[in-house]
Design a protein around this ligand. Structure first.
Ligand code: ZN
Length: 230
């Protein structure tokens, strides 16, 4: 089961498998919200099998250091974002639209630095941590962005795309993306999974079919779905 925990600006997700796994840790001020959500779902911090971060931005890694202290759980992060975690800074935040340029000064906050315990590159299975699913590298938003594909057909996709601020069940490009072409390849990779539902880092979830809408706006090279993964 997947539980959405709404932070001040972003979503975290609690996965309730044989053991609980927390995906993302909100912004630096979101600790109380996360602890309350854990309690409401009968999960003590010390029961967490793993803290997985979809990437190293402050609104996803903001409470990682404190939650690690309270839970003793290891923090998994793609190696491409390890430097962000160790510095407690967002690094490059390339705005993709006017909203991104407007909100950038407000979201570009520092967070408590930490050393990730499990650094991965291609991905890994969550089954040893008690959850039926696997982590995939989905770079573009940052070098080390990753997504979680669950056995249920749902996926947590971090900031590969965001939900719409207005419409339910609708995806939009994220306000920030450091490498849009690579991000589009990541959308293609996720689209191949035949996902039922995607849960983004910002705003509401949307059906997996939304991924195909973004594929259609990409270049022909990225649209090619046969052969080796792009
Ligand atoms: Zn981000």
């Amino acid at each position: 089961m997947l539980i959405r925990i709404k932070g001040t600006t972003s979503n975290c997700y609690l996965l309730l498998g044989e053991r609980p796994v927390l995906v993302d840790t909100g912004a630096p001020g979101d600790l109380k919200r996360i602890l309350s959500a854990l309690q409401a779902n009968g999960v003590e911090p010390k029961q967490l099998a793993l803290i997985l971060l979809t990437h190293g931005h402050s609104d996803h890694a903001g409470c990682a250091a404190e939650l690690k202290r309270r839970s003793g759980a290891q923090i998994a992060l793609h190696a491409g974002d390890a430097a962000l975690a160790r510095s407690g800074q967002n690094g490059v935040l390339a705005a993709q639209d006017m909203i991104g340029r407007i909100v950038r000064p407000f979201v570009d906050e520092q967070f408590e630095a930490f050393g990730p315990d499990l650094l991965f590159r291609d991905g890994f299975s969550l089954e040893p941590h008690g959850v039926k699913g696997r982590v995939l590298a989905t770079p573009g938003h940052t070098f080390g962005s990753a997504s979680v594909v669950l056995g249920s057909g749902e996926a947590i996709i971090g900031d590969v795309l965001r939900g719409s601020m207005v419409w339910p069940n609708r995806a939009s490009p994220h306000f920030f993306c450091n490498d849009p072409e690579t991000n589009t390849r990541s959308i293609v990779r996720l689209a191949r999974e035949g996902l039922l539902r995607c849960h983004p880092g910002n705003f509401g979830s949307f059906p997996g079919s939304e991924l195909h809408r973004f594929r259609a706006t990409a270049s022909g090279e990225v649209l090619e779905l046969s052969g080796e993964p792009v």
